[in-house]
Design a protein around this ligand. Structure first.
Ligand SMILES: O=C(O)CCC(=O)C(=O)O
Length: 361
């Protein structure tokens, strides 16, 4: 599904593509030439379904817009279903602030740790302790194998599949050595982190789960959370078995093109999808890209389940909002108000994280 922004001319014309283009971040041409900060083009958001305001009015007067059904499933808020999209469940505010903060921290520290793979593996090989390296302002340098490595100041060691070797160095050592070898700041690598995989590792090139790749089990606490969230969409008497998860990281302007999640054997089991950080627009289409998708906001702490027929529906994320007014992360800010949490705060103020957990077999 990554790279699916590269679409053929035909795909440009589909209803799904049109909606993606409608909500994608574009900048105002008029501000381009001026010295002023680029201004995002205004976009009409009046068609975007807002489950937060639907919940507010439901709590006040018990009314729901046509086509939306509310079900009590033991969460703090009702779960919303869409009559036109059987198998789709929206759980507003499913995660407490503490849970959100916990999973943001894990997504930036433990989740991208080897043997979990990230989008950086293909080029740099496994990278240890990226987030610590960001805090230390370290720089990743490519070792020149012919002259061996300098041991000075190396804080971690990595090697990729092509036997290139990369190590983090303190910035001043990197400045000296960087004249003769390739280098990249840890902060740049974090900004360019797009995904990591937990549990069974997904092989993007073959679009399947490669059970022979080394992997760690999904942490128990995340499995428990996923089981609790999945319950409304599970076949009666069965419990969700989390076997793999993909963590998506979005920065300003990043999108996830329309796609299907069809690599799992049994589509009756839901995909549990958790939103953290800045607010986003999610598009839920139909079985064909020609079906006009429904746009909805996803806020930090919301969870979505896609099971059964909804598993056959195209979906994607054309937009995240990082401006203060639209990102809606004021309460999350407070969770990271301690000085030591400065790096988490800086990251999440401009980013969104999605953790989607799957039962593969
Ligand atoms: O970011 C999201 O909310 C959706 C993620 C998704 O669709 C996926 O990873 O398959």
């Amino acid at each position: 599904m990554y790279g699916s922004d590269k679409v053929s001319e035909d795909a440009e014309r589909t209803a799904f593509r049109k909606a993606e283009k409608k909500y994608k971040l574009y900048y105002d041409d008029s501000s381009k030439s001026s010295r002023k900060k680029k201004q995002p083009k205004q976009v009409d958001l009046s068609d975007v379904l807002d489950f937060k305001s639907i919940l507010d009015s439901y709590n006040q007067n018990g009314q729901l817009p046509p086509g939306i059904v509310a079900v009590e499933c033991g969460f703090k808020s009702p779960v919303f279903l869409l009559e036109n999209h059987p198998g789709f469940y929206f759980i507003p505010g499913a995660l407490s602030m503490e849970e959100q903060s916990k999973w943001i921290r894990e997504s930036l520290t433990s989740f991208p740790q080897p043997p979990n793979r990230t989008n950086h593996n293909a080029f740099y090989g496994p990278i240890d302790d990226l987030f610590s390296a960001v805090k230390e302002k370290n720089v990743l340098l490519e070792e020149e194998s012919s002259i061996g490595s300098l041991d000075l100041g190396a804080s971690s060691c990595t090697s990729n599949e092509d036997a290139h070797r990369w190590k983090f160095y303190e910035a001043d050592i990197a400045t000296l050595r960087g004249k003769t070898c390739k280098s990249v700041k840890a902060s740049v690598l974090l900004r360019k982190l797009r995904w990591c995989t937990l549990g069974l590792q997904f092989d993007w090139s073959k679009r399947n789960y490669n059970v022979s790749l080394p992997h760690k089990k999904i942490p128990d606490a995340l499995c428990q959370l996923a089981r609790r969230l999945a319950a409304p969409a599970m076949p009666i008497g069965e419990e969700f078995q989390p076997e793999a998860a993909i963590v998506n990281y979005f920065g300003l302007g990043d999108t996830l093109g329309g796609h299907l999640d069809d690599m799992e054997a049994d589509w009756s089991k839901p995909i549990v999808s958790i939103s953290l950080g800045c607010k986003a627009i999610f598009l839920l289409g139909g079985k064909s890209r020609e079906d006009p998708p429904l746009a909805m906001f996803l806020r930090s702490g919301d969870a979505v389940l896609m099971a059964g027929e909804a598993r056959e529906c195209f979906h994607g994320v054309p937009r995240i909002f990082t401006d203060r007014e639209n990102a809606e992360i004021a309460s999350l800010d407070l969770q990271f108000s301690h000085e030591d949490d400065h790096f988490f705060l800086e990251y999440i103020r401009n980013s969104r994280i999605n953790i989607n957990i799957r039962q593969v077999f």
